[in-house]
Each structure stands twice: as C-alpha cells, then as structure tokens.
Design a protein around this ligand. Structure first.
Ligand code: ATP
Ligand code: MG
Length: 570
C-alpha cells in the first residue's frame, strides 16, 4: 500500500475510551463555523455505483452524516457515475438500501451524470480561457510522456492548438466523430509540476458505451477529477471528505474550482478503513463474486454491508464500530475482533435466548413417566427487564442434548454429563447420569439419567448444587433446521499485502454446514433481521435468501467467546 504505515489497533485507550475529544475533522468544522468560513455544514457521501457498499463505506457514511448531524447541517447522496463501463442501476439500488438500513437519510439525491451538460459547459469555458486543449495522443502516449517526479513531462505536439480549433475538435468529440481513444481533452497546467496530477491531466475521454442513466446521449465522459470537485461545488458542499489517496489530487481539485470561479468546496482527507482477514476493494470483492468463490455480494462472509446484514449484524453495531475506530489521518488496519466485539455487545442486550442442539444424541430420563410431558418457562433474555418475558419449553422423557456434553471417561474438571455425574438441564431439572448405550461401531447413541423432581428451575428445593448447565430440546416437540457456521474468509491478516494472488489465501473452511440441527418450535416463526442467542453456541439469525425459498437456515453472526476484549484488557 504505497509504503503506507500500518498499525493494528489493539489498544483499549484508542478503541474503547468513553470520553472522546474532537476528531480532526470536527476541529476543522468548528474552526470554520467560528471564523465564518462556513455558515452551513454540507457534506456528501459519493459512491461510484460499480459494486456493493462495504464496511469501509460505512465508515465514510457515518463520518459524513455524523458530521452534518452534529453541526446541524445536511448530507447529500451523490452517485459518482462517470464511468459507464462498470456502473449499473442494480448497484444504485443496493447502495440506497444499505445507507437507509444503516440508519441515515440523505437531504438530496444527486448523480454526477445529471451535471454532464454543466460539466461540458465548464470544459468549453476552460478551452476559451486557453486552459484546456484537445490532444490526439493516446492515453498510453500521454502516460509515457508525463515524465517522472524528478523529470518534467514532454509537451504534446497538440498543446498549442488555437482556441477555435480546440472548440471545434471538442464539439466533434461530443458528436461522435472520433473513436474511443482517438482524442482526449486535457487541462493546460504545468508539465514540470512536482505533482504528477497537475501535468496536463485528462479531463474528458471518448467512450462509446451506453450509460445506465444517460443512455447514448453522451459518448464523451468526464474524468473523476473533473467531475468530482465541480459536482461538490454545484451542490454547495462545504466539506468534501474523501480518503487519503486523494490528497495528491487536492491541488487539481482546487485548480478547476478556482479557474472556473465557482463556489469553493474544500476537500479533506482521512485514512480508509482496512480490516484484518478480509479484502476491501470493490474490484476484489467483485472478483470473488464473479468467480463464485462466495455466494454473491451478500454472502455472510463478505465485508459488504449486505453481507453483514445477512450474517446478522445490526445497524447499531456497525455505527458503534465506526464510532469506536474514530477518524485517523494515517493508514491503519483494524482488528476484525473489534467488529465482532461490537456486535456481540449489542446482541447480548437484544437477542432472544433459544435452545438449539447442533450435534444431537438422545437423553432418556428413566424415572420420568412415559407419555408424560410438561410445559416449563424459559427466559427470553436475562439482560432485559423481567427477563424479556418467557417462552414455553416442552419437557418430556426423551430429550436431545449435544453429543459433546457427554463423556464416557470424564476428564478432570468435567462438569457436564458422565456416568454418576449431575448437571442442570437449563430452565428445567437436575439430572444424574445412570448409564449409556453404544452402537455396534462403539459410538455412544443414548445417554440415560434420572431427574430430581424437587430441583425444578425457579422452585428448587432439592438443596443440590451442580456446576454444569446444559441445553436440551424435547424430542417430541423439536424441529429441524440447517445451521451455518462461518469463519474468517481469509487465512492471513492482510491478504492484499501478501505475495501473489490474494485469492490463494482464502480460508477453505470458512463455512461449515450443519444440516439437521434440532431447534425449538418457536424458531420456526423466526424472521430475517431477528437475532437469537443459541444458548452456549453463539448469536444467530435466519438467512434472508433461504427464507425467501421457505427454507429454515440460520447463520451464525458471531460466537459467544470474546477473545478481543480479553486481548485488549490484558
Ligand atoms: P473501493 O476502492 O473499495 O472500490 P472506492 O473508494 O473506489 O472504494 P467509492 O464508491 O468511490 O469507492 O467510495 C465512496 C466513498 O467511500 C468515497 O468517499 C471513499 O473515499 C469512501 N471509501 C471507500 N472505501 C473506504 C474505506 N475502506 N474506508 C473509508 N472510506 C472509504
Ligand atoms: Mg472509487
């Protein structure tokens, strides 16, 4: 990454401090308001509709909307749609959905393409001022004659065309007289500038491609640099916030605005968000989708907003994450553990507790009468007032429990089931293990126990203390569902900086599918977007894509274990 400096933020002070001082952008805004340089704060979020938004965009969204919100300003949503080749309305729709889902609503919706007429007129104005010319060199020839940071570039033989000739050629470019690459419009600035972006940059190129909004009206399209600042200006954006790689473009941003004498928006840069164990560029994410390495842009392992939503992340947890990481001026990479920490913290407060058995074996309660059953009460969420209410739990003689909760020869400090040992069945009774049955292959298929009738949860008069509690489901009343467990998409912290193709670092076991998990009946009513804690197993949500097909598939959002906060508290 251009030798940029990377730090992994583990520090509790940086990420978890409650009292926040102003970030550098807030300081700028406060100073501008105090000095009268800005009267109204107006920001914009300017995605190019060439892919789905990812968590890095969420940072930019929270920053732009957050700043305007804090200083009673406005934020526009602007689609930076100047490259018809890679852009599509599918992306426009997904971007709008994701911004809204994150909890933000824009003041005005704009498209750079709405300004194509105005931008064309600006270009003509610069030609008339002798500040732009049509060049016949190809993009490759232009790059090859641009020089190096220490050596000046070479003038094009077409640099000194007359204004009349330039106006005519530019109009002919617009009218489709030339083919792609035959001509470009360049700004006439300074071929010996130490800033390569000031060496007569390209303003317009020919692309005979249909645009998703303007169709075939145009066959010349403005470059990002010529469109962005002018669009900011047209919308009266006071603070145009972008990522660090645009810092070197800032002189050009200012040059266009100043030569045109239009409203002076100002550009400020911050460090993009990078996250461990994933890639964040849309180009790479698109590759994963196209090469079917993942199940679409919203695959629950993707760092896209739609992927995180399908995985069970909440808008609050993403906003909270963006808030905690803050705004830096230096490149860094954030531990994905912090993101997991934020969602766990949110879900702990809101997710309904349910019992699900992933790898079932049968538990038979020998002293519980055959044919008898009872309805017990399970708390919905102990973090909530009155436990969030209660749900019915069907209890009977035969239950499913996790195979891993029984051990034939218990290890030391084993507090779950083993011959002669007692555990509590969550929200039910204490049972004591009396035996087990193996199949021909020697695998335990059934565990036997006796229950202690006086030990009922909430009304326990048995006086018996047990150390372990396990979850269970009544065999008679259980349903089945598929459960998907996700791990990190990549095996290395920063796949983009490793040698060779980043795709070779994909984690081959990033998805484990459990086809026949046993679930509580109440879970058959689950809806996508509702979060559950499967007791002792993690946080889960119903998969939205399979729900549409009427199939019950639960995605694990995150495990219960909190490795990150332990690490930072060390
Ligand atoms: P990518 O490189 O992933 O394709 P991009 O910068 O080309 O991203 P845009 O659609 O142009 O994507 O970005 C819209 C806005 O979001 C821009 O202001 C951009 O600076 C910001 N942004 C993009 N990626 C990140 C990131 N990782 N962290 C913070 N802001 C980001
Ligand atoms: Mg971009």
């Amino acid at each position: 990454m251009n030798g940029a400096f990377f730090v992994i933020l583990h520090s509790i002070e940086t990420a978890m401090s409650e009292e926040k001082s102003l970030n550098f952008l807030e300081e700028i805004v406060e100073a501008d308001l105090a000095s009268g340089k800005s009267v109204n704060i107006h920001t914009r979020f300017p995605p190019e509709p060439n892919g789905y938004l990812h968590i890095g965009h969420a940072k930019s969204i929270c920053l732009n909307f957050g700043l305007a919100d804090k200083y009673k300003g406005k934020t526009n949503l602007r689609f930076d749609d100047t490259n018809p080749v890679t852009e599509d309305t599918e992306y426009v729709e997904s971007i709008k959905q994701d911004v809204r889902w994150l909890g933000f609503d824009w003041e005005e919706e704009h498209y750079a393409s709405d300004n194509f007429n105005q931008l064309y007129a600006f270009a003509v104005e610069l030609i008339k001022k002798g500040l732009a010319y049509v060049d016949d060199l190809t993009a490759e020839q232009i790059a090859a004659t641009k020089g190096t940071p220490t050596e000046p570039g070479k003038e094009s033989p077409h640099r000194d065309r007359t204004t009349e000739e330039n106006l005519q050629l530019f109009e002919e470019m617009k009218n489709g007289k030339y083919q792609d690459g035959e001509k470009v419009l360049r700004a006439k600035i300074d071929l010996s500038s130490p800033n390569m972006h000031m060496r007569d940059p390209i303003m317009y190129r020919i692309k005979k491609t249909s645009h998703h909004r303007t169709g075939d009206t145009w066959c010349i399209y403005p470059m990002y640099d010529f469109a962005h600042g002018q669009s900011d200006s047209i919308e009266n954006i006071s603070h145009s916030i972008c990522t660090l790689e645009f810092e070197v473009h800032r002189p050009l941003y200012n040059w266009y605005i100043e030569q045109l004498g239009i409203f002076h928006s100002r550009q400020f840069e911050f460090a993009r968000l990078n996250l461990t164990y994933t890639v964040m560029s849309k180009r790479k994410l698109l590759q994963l989708v196209q090469e079917k390495m993942v199940d679409g842009w919203d695959d629950p392992r993707m760092p896209t907003i739609s992927g995180l939503r399908r995985r069970g992340y909440t808008p609050a947890s993403l906003r909270n994450f963006c808030d905690r990481i803050g705004v830096q001026r230096r490149e860094n990479i954030i531990d994905v553990g912090l993101l997991e920490f934020c969602v766990r913290e949110d879900l702990n407060k809101t997710a309904l507790r349910r019992m699900v058995v992933l790898d079932p074996i049968k538990l038979v309660i020998k002293n519980y009468p055959e044919g008898k059953s009872e309805i017990l009460q399970g708390e919905n969420n102990p973090e909530l007032e009155d436990n969030g209410g209660y749900r019915d739990l069907h209890f009977g003689r035969e239950l499913w429990i996790e195979a891993e909760d029984f051990m034939e020869d218990p290890a030391k400090k084993w507090f779950r089931l083993a011959p002669g040992m007692k555990v509590r069945l969550k929200s039910a009774y204490i049972v004591s293990c009396t035996g087990f049955v193996k199949n021909e292959a020697g695998k335990v298929v059934e565990v036997h126990c006796e229950y202690i009738p006086e030990s009922k949860s909430g009304n326990d008069t048995s006086g018996i203390n047990v150390k372990g509690t396990i979850h269970w489901i009544s065999i008679n009343k259980s349903l089945e569902a598929e459960v998907r467990l996700y791990e990190r998409l990549f095996q290395v912290e920063d796949p983009s900086s490793e040698e060779g193709d980043y795709k070779t670092y994909l984690n081959p076991s990033s998805l484990a599918i459990i086809q026949h998990a046993k679930i509580e009946q109440s879970l058959s009513e689950a809806k996508p977007g509702e979060q559950f804690q499967f007791i002792r197993k993690g946080y889960f949500t119903l998969d939205s894509k399979y729900a549409k097909k009427g199939k019950l598939v639960f995605n694990r959002t995150v495990t219960l274990k909190d490795a990150w906060s332990k690490e930072v508290k060390k």
